[in-house]
Design a protein around this ligand. Structure first.
Ligand SMILES: Cc1ncc(COP(=O)(O)O)c(C=O)c1O
Length: 381
């Protein structure tokens, strides 16, 4: 029996390796001098002095661990303060901290839709949302990426049926760095009465005049019914949160979401780091236009060098190459040239769209951009 399991594991891994899809953990040394264009610390807050001091103070006051789930003793005044701060920042009355974005999306989408409901989801939503929807028992329909005409057609088709309609989108898509038209989604929501769940994981910090995300930037603050945000990307910490208008959504998650009920709550230093990071994010308001220009300049530089990249001003730039093995080799060569980039392969992205994903951060210099573009051009593709 055990031999059969061992053989099954070996064969599955060998098949992945042959397709260039095997994933490996690579331990990064603290002395790493590579230019990091792979992590999601877009605002360079993970090492920001104010963030480090806040985390260290919380470590001394509250300890290294929450030591229990939120419903036992893990929920402290610090956690409550972060929830209040997040809610006020985004313009929602209710917030709930979760241990990760993966858990938050699983909880929201696993608990809110029910059998008999339909979930209309963008084709490229994050795996955590797909997994949540699949556990909910609701019917899943997917519309072409950012195609709100296709969504509208589905809404018309679904109208008049029993059951609720949920629409699920990201604001900045994690592997493409592009965005849907949020004002149009807001209008569609008003017309069709669906429940809109929006993942702002990659927009928080970088977008919006106070950094609260793309809803703020596109003039539809707090339009979605439920927002999922993360603390582990631009906020330089760890964990996630759910925002909602309806208090019963928060209460439902607190009572029924296993991801919340049965898991040790966020460590206090991570909570304090996120609180300090939100303060820093607000300080950055005058700088945001410069970062957006930085994103445009990187895209222009890459296009001029012959690489096809989408336009935009988000911190994520995909260079879609197609072949997974080729993308792995590119990432290795770029590493030798001093740049750490993510080689993103299926199933994270659709088959045939393996890519180099570049994440920008606010302190990147013109020299880095020139050096990176030169290194990319020098690759033997
Ligand atoms: C769009 C999106 N949502 C959620 C998550 C999960 O967040 P976390 O890393 O906090 O689990 C990610 C992670 O990369 C993501 O890209």
């Amino acid at each position: 029996m055990k031999d059969r399991v061992d053989q099954r594991l070996r064969e599955a891994l060998a098949a992945r390796e042959a397709a260039g899809l095997l994933r490996k953990t690579t331990a990064r040394p603290s002395t790493d001098t590579l230019t990091n264009l792979a992590g999601n610390d877009y605002l360079d807050l993970a090492h920001d002095p104010a963030v480090l001091i806040a985390a260290a103070e919380a470590l001394h006051t509250w300890g290294a661990s929450a030591s229990a789930s939120a419903l036992v003793t893990g929920y402290t005044e610090l956690h409550a303060k972060l929830e209040e701060t997040l809610a006020a920042w985004h313009g929602y009355p209710h917030a709930l901290l979760m241990n990760s974005g993966y858990a938050a999306n699983g909880a929201v989408l696993g608990q809110l839709p029910k059998p008999g409901d339909v979930v209309l989801a963008d084709r490229l939503i994050h795996a955590s949302m797909v997994n949540g929807i699949l556990t909910s028992g609701a019917r899943l329909r997917r519309f072409a990426h950012n195609d709100l005409d296709a969504l509208e057609l589905m809404l018309v088709e679904e109208s008049g049926r029993d059951g609720a309609i949920f629409v699920v989108t990201e604001s900045i898509y994690s592997m493409d760095g592009d965005a849907p038209d949020l004002p149009r989604l807001t209008t569609l929501r008003a017309r069709h009465g669906f429940v809109w769940i929006l993942d702002e994981a990659h927009a928080t910090g970088w977008h919006g005049s106070t950094g609260s995300g793309l809803q703020e930037e596109q003039g539809c603050r707090a339009a979605a019914d439920v927002v999922v945000g993360t603390l582990g990307k631009a906020l330089g910490s760890q964990g996630a949160y759910v925002l909602c208008h309806n208090p019963d959504i928060r209460e439902t998650l607190v009572n029924l979401a296993g991801e919340f009920v049965y898991s040790t709550h966020l460590a206090p230093p991570a909570v304090a780091a996120a609180l300090a990071a939100i303060g820093r994010t607000r300080d950055f308001s005058p700088d945001r236009p410069r970062w957006h220009n930085l994103s445009r300049e990187w895209r222009e530089g890459l296009s001029e060098a012959g690489f096809s990249v989408p336009s935009g001003h988000s911190p994520i730039i995909p260079i879609v190459m197609g072949d997974a093995v080729r993308v792995l080799k590119m990432a290795e060569s770029l590493r030798s040239a001093g740049f750490l980039v993510a080689a993103i392969r299926p199933p994270t992205v659709p088959d045939g769209t393996a890519r180099i994903r570049i994440s920008l951060h606010r302190n990147l210099t013109e020299n880095t951009r020139a050096g990176f573009v030169a290194a990319l051009k020098g690759l033997n593709l």
